[in-house]
Design a protein around this ligand. Sequence first.
Ligand SMILES: [Zn+2]
Length: 394
Amino acid sequence: MGAGDLWLRDGRVSGSAAPADIVVRDGRIETVGVAPASWEGPTVDARGHLVLPGLVDGHAHVDKTLWGLPWRPHSAGAGLAALIENERTGRRGLPPVSERAAALFETYSANGTTLIRTHVDVDLDNGVSAVEEVLDAAAQFRDRLDVEVVAFPQSGMLIAPGTADLLDAAVEAGAALVGGIDPAGLDGDAIAHLDVVFGIADRRGCGVDVHLHDRGTLGRWQVGLIVERTRALGLQGRVTVSHAFCLCDGDPAVAPLLERLAEQRITLATVASGSAEPLPLARIAELGIAVCLGQDGVRDLWSPWGDADMLSRAAQLAWRAGFRRDDDIALCVEIASSRGAAALGVVDQVVAPGGRGDLVLIDAGSPAEAAVAHPPRSLVIKRGVPVSGALAVG
Ligand SMILES: [Zn+2]
């Protein structure tokens, strides 16, 4: 027996009425529903609690957080430019990024999160220092969280000359993906912006994740540009469009665009925003388009919202979508766990033999109840090792 071996007795696996044993060996699920013949390693009596795959935040901004600091009333004026300026002045004098990100990672982990994709600002003021600091904080949490970083040009790229080279340097420094932001609406030249972003991905072999708030025809035109570049560069399964409000308005042009996204295996990230209609989740699931869910910023200079709890965000997604039925709400929990992981390229975040031993236990009878009530997590397990929670490990 070694680290990463765990016998979980009497857990409740989604969809089954009777409690089942789960055996994790060397960090990976070996069996579900079969008690081991003999066992000398750590054991947990799960007391019938629900066992879900580790939760996933597919769209975070941990470098921006004020988590752990005194409450700060929102101070920005209206509009994107005012928000960006408010942050650039407001972040001076804050504790280091690594400290604030670590405080947030602590809460994410306690809430059952085992995988996070975070966008991290790269700009002319700070260069790639925030990327380096988030990577440092992530290294401290490597036994509890997998963290991947997107080099994110928050303040624009073409409108801030020099930023493109910094994005490239950030990928060299360890960012797993290169980001973009409103190539037309903020940066003023969608084709040039996306050519730089996809050029870095092509050269560096990294993924792409583009923030796209631009709505309507302008937004959908840019989704088409992203589809075309993904196809041309063979980046299927490596590209994400975040927010994609232009796919949320029910316009007839959305349906064929969703089919093109499915063909190129482009994934979508949503944060269940209050400022746009939800994505058409049922159609997206039918087409097999991978979707992840994120907190976006948590308690930062952009917004006071967020709690680093992906079950409460799954509830928000279901609530925004008008869902009431258990199976619809369960889809949102999957988007916050197994489906969200798959959107990030992690296809084995499942409670099944061969799955990662990344698990979260919740005192709830079903995923729908877990989302609606989101009680404190009773045990969080990373690679077969319990890392937090009140359930006793024997
Ligand atoms: Zn974002």
